[in-house]
Design a protein around this ligand. Structure first.
Ligand code: ZN
Length: 80
């Protein structure tokens, strides 16, 4: 289950500045440095807007959800 409170806390932890988002290609929006593409010869920083960071964090969160389903409260007696 996605924990939106934790996602909001994660989003608030980034430092935002005006720039271009690598994901949605919008320019001159609030972006934060979210990582790098690194090769033996170079490092390219990746900046994403808040909306795209939120989408990536939700994707990350869902990718690491437990495989078991949440416990569902059921009646103690069988209905039949
Ligand atoms: Zn974006």
């Amino acid at each position: 289950m996605t924990d939106y409170g934790r996602i909001e806390a994660t989003l608030a932890g980034y430092d935002y500045a005006l720039g271009d988002c690598f994901r949605c290609i919008r320019t001159e929006v609030q972006v934060a440095h979210i990582g790098d593409i690194t090769s033996p010869d170079a490092v390219t920083p990746l900046f994403a807007c808040r909306w795209c960071i939120e989408a990536l964090v939700v994707m990350h969160d869902r990718a690491h959800e437990p495989l078991g389903r949440m416990y569902v409260d059921t009646p103690r007696e069988h209905p039949y």
